[in-house]
Design a protein. Structure first.
Length: 582
């Protein structure tokens, strides 16, 4: 029988939070910064962009509530630039993601150096990716809400699993202020886990309830500050088009590679709870229990994607229960590393861990120039599953007291040095690469009105801007109000009261409608949508559109040719004037 590890101390938890947070913030802001979706509503709340009250973008910006809008709005009103804030949010995204993964490793192993180094290894080897309906990312994407919501919840659960129940409860209570849906799911998951845990676990969480209520109270204050003003109101009820609206809310292939990876990641905590719970520290069983509950609840409720007809209003798809499965997908490699470190005296486990780390780092370096995330994810999960299965076999044999090969302490020490050295090398390499590529990265990934002539011209003009359907974040890049953002039509799921006006705009301007968009299953306008229609319109027809919707200018891709005068052009965009034809 393996001696049950002790939970990490508070000092160890703080060390991992600080180190992983610093590394994650640096990599998020310097290595892979990206314009963040949350900044557009922040611009509206800060008063930098003004809209008509019936505009769909305005309704979404003022009706939806999250601190990811409120805090940037405050900073924008104080003079911060969108570029500075997107670097900040990209850094926060990396910080929270790496902190969550580091705490999982620490909670299981109590190994501080391994907990600090593992998240970077997981990041560079692409082994926290996947997801059957909603993609899992740690950083480097514009999906502020989904990435931070998931990472924040995993961080709260990780704190509880590391024995810091009060800190985790505080974050859990505040969770709905970060992401209302994921935050609410987190409260359901944790309370369910507490309810089914043994009495001693429930007793250990009793002192955390005041901290949870403090978090809830602070979140409530933020909600009141948003909804109490006269121009704000909570979103209306659901509409029928919610069901199967986009790829995040549709039935998924049950035998796809992503689905198989999800099954494996969901089964890992369930297996350890069932067979090997005495091999991990007592608080870590709560972490495993929360992940197991997430797998069961997410898998069960996802069945509604197949059961409920697409025409029937259904609240479950709007809540995206399949995203709960991503908690396991994101944490799977961290679990394998943490559990492997738990069996630190096993020659088989430690050698397998060393081989896995070295192989995945070599593969990551080899595949990096190819930028093929699907192939990298396939290789990563294949190696990870093999290591996980071997780990389970060793754990079962040790549970049955079957003798396994043993190495002298010296050889185990060298194996540990190989693991640590490989992870340190990966960390140094990514920091050097990020620092060297920072300036070109800014110009390439954060182009805006300061770097693009067409966007600069649009920023200096006034009135509503009509953007081609496949252009996204144009308001953010120009500080101009847009008639509609065709790349963010999923916002209607949160403010269905804007559906009627959106449908009118789609029919009159883009030559389609909401039902047609829903049938595509992607929840947004396709690339090149309405290109032929727009190019065929005469100047007089554009004048009618401008009169009806108060549009002043039109922004398209550089390969579009409208029958209107060109104001400015660049390698990516063309700005056309339509106001002169009124």
């Amino acid at each position: 029988m393996i001696e049950r590890p002790e939970p990490p101390s508070r000092r160890q938890v703080i060390a991992v939070l600080v180190a992983c947070g610093a590394i994650g913030a640096f990599l998020g802001a310097v290595w892979r910064p990206e314009w963040q979706d949350a900044l557009e509503p922040a611009q509206v709340l800060a008063g930098l962009v003004s809209y008509p009250s019936d505009n769909p973008v305005y309704i979404y910006s003022t009706r939806t509530w999250t601190v990811l809008h409120q805090v940037p709005a405050l900073l924008l009103s104080l003079g911060c630039s969108e570029r500075a804030l997107t670097l900040m949010l990209s850094g926060v995204m990396g910080m929270v993601s790496l902190q969550a993964l580091g705490l999982i490793v620490l909670a299981l192993s109590g190994d501080v150096p391994l907990a600090i180094l593992s998240p970077v290894f997981i990041l560079v080897t692409n082994t926290a990716s996947g997801g059957v309906t909603y993609p899992v990312h740690l950083l480097g994407v514009s999906f502020t809400y989904g990435v931070l919501g998931l990472s924040y919840l995993l961080l709260a659960v990780g704190l509880m699993g590391a024995g810091q129940v009060r800190w985790g409860a505080l974050l859990l209570g505040f969770g709905p202020a970060v992401h209302a849906t994921i935050g609410a799911w987190g409260i359901v998951l944790v309370t369910t886990t507490i309810a089914i845990c043994p009495r001693r676990v429930r007793q250990s969480t009793a002192a955390a309830w005041p901290y949870f209520l403090v978090g809830v109270g602070v979140a409530a204050v933020g909600a009141a500050a948003h909804y109490l003003p006269a121009n704000s109101a909570p979103p209306a009820g659901l509409s029928a088009f919610v069901q199967h609206w986009d790829e995040h809310r549709q039935p998924f292939r049950l035998l796809s590679g992503r689905a198989l990876a999800t099954y494996f990641s969901a089964g890992l905590p369930i297996l350890w709870l069932w067979r090997f719970r005495r091999d991990v520290p007592p608080p870590a069983t709560f972490l495993l229990g929360s992940l197991a509950v997430a797998a069961v609840v997410g898998g069960t409720l996802s069945a509604s994607y197949w059961i409920v007809p697409a025409e029937v209003p259904n609240v479950i798809p709007a809540l995206m229960p399949s995203r709960l499965l991503n908690l396991n997908v994101m944490s799977s490699m961290a679990l394998i590393i943490g559990l492997s470190a738990t069996y630190r005296s096993s020659a088989v486990v430690q050698s397998a861990l060393a081989v896995m780390v070295c192989v995945l780092i070599v593969l990551a370096a080899w595949l990096a120039p190819n930028e093929d995330p699907r192939f990298a994810m396939l290789l990563g999960w294949t190696v990870m599953v093999a290591c996980g299965l071997l780990l389970a076999i060793v754990a079962e044999r040790r549970r049955r007291a079957v003798a396994l090969p043993a190495w002298p302490p010296g050889r185990l020490t060298w194996t540990r040095r190989v693991i640590t050295g490989a992870m340190v090398a990966a960390l140094i390499a990514v920091i050097v690469a990020a620092t060297a590529a920072f300036s070109p990265m800014l110009r390439r990934r954060l182009a805006d009105s300061t770097t693009d002539l067409a966007l600069a011209a649009a920023a200096t003009r006034s009135g509503l801007l009509l953007a081609a359907g496949d252009l996204h974040q144009i308001q953010l890049l120009t500080r101009r109000p847009v008639l509609l953002d065709g790349g963010a039509l999923d916002a209607l799921l949160y403010v269905p009261e804007a559906a009627a006006e959106t449908d009118r705009i789609l029919q009159r301007v883009y030559g389609t409608d909401l039902q047609s968009v829903r049938r595509t299953g992607v929840g947004r306008l396709a690339e090149g949508a309405a290109k032929a229609l727009w190019e065929a319109r005469t100047a007089e027809e554009w004048t009618d559109v401008a009169h009806e919707f108060a549009v002043a200018d039109i922004l398209t891709g550089a390969d579009w040719r409208l029958q209107l005068p060109v104001v400015a052009s660049s390698s990516d965009f063309i700005l056309y004037a339509v106001a002169e034809h009124r």
